[in-house]
Design a protein around this ligand. Structure first.
Ligand SMILES: Cc1cc2nc3c(=O)[nH]c(=O)nc-3n(C[C@H](O)[C@H](O)[C@H](O)COP(=O)(O)O)c2cc1C
Length: 216
Protein backbone atom coordinates (compact mmCIF):
# COMPACT_ATOMS: atom_id res chain seq x y z
CA UNK A 1 0.00 0.00 0.00
CA UNK A 2 1.25 3.49 -0.71
CA UNK A 3 0.00 7.03 -0.75
CA UNK A 4 -2.11 8.23 -3.62
CA UNK A 5 -0.26 11.28 -4.91
CA UNK A 6 -1.59 14.71 -4.16
CA UNK A 7 0.11 18.00 -3.34
CA UNK A 8 -0.97 17.78 0.26
CA UNK A 9 -0.43 14.01 0.52
CA UNK A 10 -3.67 13.74 2.45
CA UNK A 11 -5.55 10.96 0.65
CA UNK A 12 -4.58 7.33 0.94
CA UNK A 13 -5.63 4.56 -1.37
CA UNK A 14 -4.14 1.14 -1.92
CA UNK A 15 -3.69 -0.39 -5.34
CA UNK A 16 -3.04 -3.98 -6.21
CA UNK A 17 -0.45 -5.57 -8.51
CA UNK A 18 3.11 -4.81 -9.50
CA UNK A 19 3.01 -1.05 -9.01
CA UNK A 20 6.22 0.80 -8.20
CA UNK A 21 5.78 4.05 -6.28
CA UNK A 22 7.91 6.92 -7.59
CA UNK A 23 9.83 9.28 -5.27
CA UNK A 24 7.96 12.36 -4.16
CA UNK A 25 8.08 15.10 -6.77
CA UNK A 26 10.34 18.14 -6.21
CA UNK A 27 8.33 21.33 -6.66
CA UNK A 28 11.21 23.77 -6.91
CA UNK A 29 14.66 24.02 -8.48
CA UNK A 30 17.47 26.45 -9.25
CA UNK A 31 16.53 26.54 -12.96
CA UNK A 32 14.29 29.46 -13.82
CA UNK A 33 11.63 28.98 -16.47
CA UNK A 34 13.46 31.59 -18.56
CA UNK A 35 16.74 29.63 -18.41
CA UNK A 36 14.95 26.39 -19.32
CA UNK A 37 13.30 28.09 -22.31
CA UNK A 38 16.62 29.60 -23.38
CA UNK A 39 18.34 26.21 -23.23
CA UNK A 40 15.54 24.12 -24.74
CA UNK A 41 16.74 22.18 -27.76
CA UNK A 42 16.52 18.68 -29.15
CA UNK A 43 19.25 16.33 -27.95
CA UNK A 44 19.72 13.07 -29.89
CA UNK A 45 22.94 11.65 -28.44
CA UNK A 46 23.43 10.46 -24.86
CA UNK A 47 26.14 8.99 -22.61
CA UNK A 48 25.54 5.48 -21.23
CA UNK A 49 24.69 6.85 -17.77
CA UNK A 50 21.56 5.34 -16.21
CA UNK A 51 18.60 7.58 -15.35
CA UNK A 52 17.81 7.88 -11.63
CA UNK A 53 14.37 6.96 -10.30
CA UNK A 54 13.88 10.47 -8.94
CA UNK A 55 14.53 11.83 -12.48
CA UNK A 56 12.08 9.34 -13.97
CA UNK A 57 9.42 10.49 -11.50
CA UNK A 58 10.07 14.14 -12.22
CA UNK A 59 9.89 13.70 -16.04
CA UNK A 60 6.66 11.68 -15.92
CA UNK A 61 5.07 14.13 -13.51
CA UNK A 62 6.00 16.97 -15.89
CA UNK A 63 4.38 15.07 -18.77
CA UNK A 64 1.07 14.26 -17.14
CA UNK A 65 1.31 14.25 -13.34
CA UNK A 66 -1.34 15.44 -10.91
CA UNK A 67 -0.50 18.90 -9.58
CA UNK A 68 -3.47 19.74 -7.38
CA UNK A 69 -6.56 18.43 -5.67
CA UNK A 70 -9.20 17.17 -8.06
CA UNK A 71 -6.83 15.13 -10.21
CA UNK A 72 -5.91 18.08 -12.44
CA UNK A 73 -2.58 17.72 -14.22
CA UNK A 74 0.61 19.59 -15.14
CA UNK A 75 -0.57 19.94 -18.76
CA UNK A 76 -3.92 21.42 -19.82
CA UNK A 77 -6.60 19.10 -21.22
CA UNK A 78 -9.82 19.96 -23.08
CA UNK A 79 -12.67 19.39 -20.63
CA UNK A 80 -10.13 17.79 -18.25
CA UNK A 81 -10.81 14.52 -20.06
CA UNK A 82 -7.14 13.44 -20.19
CA UNK A 83 -6.88 11.39 -23.39
CA UNK A 84 -3.10 10.93 -23.09
CA UNK A 85 -1.39 7.87 -21.63
CA UNK A 86 2.29 7.86 -20.70
CA UNK A 87 4.62 4.87 -20.91
CA UNK A 88 8.26 4.48 -19.99
CA UNK A 89 10.47 2.14 -21.95
CA UNK A 90 13.43 1.35 -19.73
CA UNK A 91 16.84 0.24 -20.87
CA UNK A 92 18.97 1.53 -17.99
CA UNK A 93 17.38 3.17 -14.96
CA UNK A 94 18.33 2.92 -11.31
CA UNK A 95 15.72 0.94 -9.37
CA UNK A 96 13.89 -0.31 -12.49
CA UNK A 97 14.65 -3.39 -14.54
CA UNK A 98 14.56 -3.15 -18.35
CA UNK A 99 10.99 -3.26 -19.59
CA UNK A 100 7.88 -1.32 -20.45
CA UNK A 101 6.03 0.55 -17.69
CA UNK A 102 2.74 2.46 -17.61
CA UNK A 103 2.62 5.71 -15.63
CA UNK A 104 -0.32 6.01 -13.22
CA UNK A 105 -0.76 9.78 -12.64
CA UNK A 106 -3.25 9.37 -9.78
CA UNK A 107 -0.76 7.34 -7.77
CA UNK A 108 2.48 8.79 -9.14
CA UNK A 109 3.57 5.20 -9.70
CA UNK A 110 4.64 2.85 -12.45
CA UNK A 111 3.03 -0.41 -13.40
CA UNK A 112 5.13 -3.00 -15.23
CA UNK A 113 3.60 -4.09 -18.53
CA UNK A 114 6.39 -6.11 -20.19
CA UNK A 115 9.87 -7.23 -19.10
CA UNK A 116 12.96 -6.93 -21.32
CA UNK A 117 14.78 -4.24 -23.26
CA UNK A 118 12.59 -3.13 -26.20
CA UNK A 119 14.68 -0.17 -27.37
CA UNK A 120 16.02 -1.80 -30.53
CA UNK A 121 12.53 -2.95 -31.56
CA UNK A 122 11.13 0.52 -30.87
CA UNK A 123 13.92 2.15 -32.86
CA UNK A 124 13.16 -0.16 -35.81
CA UNK A 125 9.55 1.02 -35.67
CA UNK A 126 10.87 4.60 -35.88
CA UNK A 127 13.03 4.45 -39.01
CA UNK A 128 15.97 3.11 -36.97
CA UNK A 129 16.50 6.44 -35.22
CA UNK A 130 19.64 6.01 -33.14
CA UNK A 131 18.48 8.23 -30.28
CA UNK A 132 15.95 5.56 -29.26
CA UNK A 133 18.59 2.82 -29.10
CA UNK A 134 21.07 5.03 -27.26
CA UNK A 135 18.86 6.62 -24.61
CA UNK A 136 18.62 4.92 -21.21
CA UNK A 137 14.83 5.49 -21.24
CA UNK A 138 12.17 6.48 -23.75
CA UNK A 139 8.93 8.21 -22.77
CA UNK A 140 6.07 7.16 -25.06
CA UNK A 141 2.91 9.27 -25.27
CA UNK A 142 -0.23 7.66 -26.66
CA UNK A 143 -3.82 8.88 -26.96
CA UNK A 144 -7.25 7.37 -26.65
CA UNK A 145 -9.10 9.82 -28.89
CA UNK A 146 -12.56 8.61 -27.87
CA UNK A 147 -12.18 10.10 -24.39
CA UNK A 148 -12.19 13.57 -25.96
CA UNK A 149 -14.24 12.93 -29.13
CA UNK A 150 -17.12 11.57 -27.06
CA UNK A 151 -17.71 15.13 -25.86
CA UNK A 152 -16.25 17.30 -28.63
CA UNK A 153 -16.83 15.21 -31.76
CA UNK A 154 -14.33 15.53 -34.62
CA UNK A 155 -12.78 18.65 -33.06
CA UNK A 156 -11.64 16.42 -30.21
CA UNK A 157 -8.96 15.05 -32.51
CA UNK A 158 -7.37 18.50 -32.79
CA UNK A 159 -7.62 18.93 -29.03
CA UNK A 160 -5.69 15.70 -28.46
CA UNK A 161 -2.92 16.90 -30.78
CA UNK A 162 -2.75 20.23 -28.98
CA UNK A 163 -2.45 18.40 -25.67
CA UNK A 164 0.52 16.30 -26.73
CA UNK A 165 2.31 19.57 -27.55
CA UNK A 166 1.86 20.80 -23.99
CA UNK A 167 2.96 17.52 -22.45
CA UNK A 168 6.09 17.27 -24.59
CA UNK A 169 7.13 20.87 -23.93
CA UNK A 170 6.80 20.16 -20.21
CA UNK A 171 9.14 17.17 -20.63
CA UNK A 172 11.68 19.24 -22.60
CA UNK A 173 11.74 21.92 -19.88
CA UNK A 174 11.87 19.44 -17.01
CA UNK A 175 14.75 17.62 -18.73
CA UNK A 176 16.72 20.90 -18.94
CA UNK A 177 16.15 21.52 -15.25
CA UNK A 178 17.53 18.02 -14.47
CA UNK A 179 20.56 18.46 -16.76
CA UNK A 180 19.12 15.87 -19.18
CA UNK A 181 18.38 15.98 -22.90
CA UNK A 182 15.45 14.80 -24.99
CA UNK A 183 13.93 15.00 -28.46
CA UNK A 184 10.37 14.83 -29.79
CA UNK A 185 10.28 11.89 -32.22
CA UNK A 186 7.21 11.82 -34.43
CA UNK A 187 8.56 9.79 -37.36
CA UNK A 188 7.44 6.20 -36.78
CA UNK A 189 4.96 3.62 -38.02
CA UNK A 190 1.93 3.66 -35.71
CA UNK A 191 1.13 -0.04 -36.20
CA UNK A 192 4.71 -1.11 -35.53
CA UNK A 193 4.94 0.97 -32.34
CA UNK A 194 1.58 -0.47 -31.27
CA UNK A 195 2.92 -3.99 -31.85
CA UNK A 196 6.15 -3.39 -29.89
CA UNK A 197 4.24 -1.93 -26.94
CA UNK A 198 1.28 -4.32 -27.18
CA UNK A 199 -1.21 -1.44 -27.42
CA UNK A 200 -4.89 -1.96 -28.28
CA UNK A 201 -5.90 -0.56 -31.70
CA UNK A 202 -7.86 2.36 -30.20
CA UNK A 203 -4.72 3.63 -28.44
CA UNK A 204 -2.60 5.60 -30.90
CA UNK A 205 1.08 6.43 -30.28
CA UNK A 206 1.76 10.15 -30.86
CA UNK A 207 5.27 10.76 -29.65
CA UNK A 208 8.48 9.05 -28.52
CA UNK A 209 10.86 10.99 -26.27
CA UNK A 210 14.23 9.37 -25.64
CA UNK A 211 15.82 10.94 -22.55
CA UNK A 212 19.40 10.75 -21.33
CA UNK A 213 22.52 12.51 -20.17
CA UNK A 214 23.53 14.65 -23.17
CA UNK A 215 26.68 13.52 -24.99
CA UNK A 216 26.65 16.57 -27.28
C1 LIG B 1 5.87 16.92 -34.41
C2 LIG B 1 7.39 16.80 -34.37
C3 LIG B 1 7.98 15.65 -34.88
C4 LIG B 1 9.37 15.50 -34.79
N1 LIG B 1 9.93 14.31 -35.20
C5 LIG B 1 11.27 14.15 -35.08
C6 LIG B 1 11.85 12.88 -35.41
O1 LIG B 1 11.19 11.93 -35.80
N2 LIG B 1 13.19 12.76 -35.25
C7 LIG B 1 13.97 13.78 -34.77
O2 LIG B 1 15.18 13.58 -34.65
N3 LIG B 1 13.44 14.98 -34.44
C8 LIG B 1 12.11 15.19 -34.56
N4 LIG B 1 11.54 16.37 -34.16
C9 LIG B 1 12.40 17.43 -33.58
C10 LIG B 1 12.67 18.55 -34.58
O3 LIG B 1 13.54 18.06 -35.60
C11 LIG B 1 13.32 19.73 -33.84
O4 LIG B 1 12.41 20.23 -32.88
C12 LIG B 1 13.71 20.85 -34.80
O5 LIG B 1 14.78 20.44 -35.63
C13 LIG B 1 14.11 22.13 -34.06
O6 LIG B 1 15.22 21.88 -33.22
P1 LIG B 1 15.17 22.13 -31.65
O7 LIG B 1 14.09 21.26 -31.06
O8 LIG B 1 16.55 21.73 -31.16
O9 LIG B 1 14.88 23.57 -31.43
C14 LIG B 1 10.17 16.54 -34.24
C15 LIG B 1 9.54 17.68 -33.72
C16 LIG B 1 8.18 17.80 -33.76
C17 LIG B 1 7.54 19.02 -33.14
Amino acid sequence: MFTRFSNKQTTQKSIAGEEIPLPEVKKDSHTSIEKALLERRSVRSYTDQAIELVEVGQLLWAAQGVNRTGGYRTAPSAGALYPLEIYLLVGKAEGLSAGLYHYLPEYHALKIIQAGDKRVALSEAALNQEAIKEAPVVIVITAIYQRTKRKYGQRGEQYVHMEVGSATQNVYLQAISLGLGTVFIGAFYDDQVQAVLGLPKEEIPLCLMPVGDPAE
